[in-house]
Write a protein that binds this ligand. Sequence first.
Ligand code: AMP
Length: 291
Amino acid sequence: MATTSTKRPDSNNTQENLPPWTLQDFEIGKPLGRGKFGKVYLAREKQSKYIIALKVIFKQQLEKYRLHHQLQREIQIQSSLTHPNVLRLFGWFHDEQRIFLMLEYAARGELFKELRKLRCFSEKRAATYIASLAKALAYCHERHVIHRDIKPENLLLDLQGRLKIADFGWSVQSTAKRKTMCGTLDYLAPEMVESKAHDSTVDNWTLGILCYEFLYGFPPFEAETQEDTFRRIVKIDLSFPSTPPVSAEAKDLINRLLVKNSAKRLSLEKILEHPWIVKNADPSGTCREGQ
Ligand code: AMP
């Protein structure tokens, strides 16, 4: 139970020798969504009134998929990352059956719900998200946290519309979340679909895929079957539709990211210096709804 006024989800309570969190510290609100291993709820810490998202994971499910070690490692990594575009993990606790993750609340939910609603984003909005992703990934890479598995369902938005990478790495096991995404290859770099050695430049490739999808509403190598998507990726079978009209600078950035030779892909630093990003990205990293 919370006993002192300094115990807040967003401050380092362990260092101050405060009692560990329990479910009794929180008022539980509406469900925010459902993942493979349990549900996510809106929750409020009783003492500080601090709002969080509480992810409930059933231990039985973790055991079934032999993911407990992976979760432990990912909790360690995620809770050590503090960046405006990486979803914070404030802490965790457990009871007999469940593990509870105390996550930063992303009030506007999944970015891809907004994309599906609007069909495609404006260049300003797309550039703002790509810049946010590039900054978050640069921060992660500096800390030797690579390959963040930036799939679309892992991107959330806070109340101001700031993008938050929300994956835990172990989400590779939870594929069937978006029906249309089930087992998709769409976001994978050629070296990954061909099961070759790969490094952090797979993230740069994925930024090219996401940039295309933000602007056109569908990923560039989409096809009826996985085999066809595979062929299109390894051939870099890339074309730009005539509608919606997209600027030459945006296409230039995409062309510099969707490059087969991973060493030649634009670096994260260079993405941030690209004329399309410089011209369009909002320095605050925020986006209003419906833009
Ligand atoms: P997950 O178990 O991480 O796949 O989460 C399932 C769903 O819950 C997501 O698709 C989001 O819609 C929602 N959700 C997860 N985490 C948060 C969060 N921190 N803030 C708001 N919604 C979230």
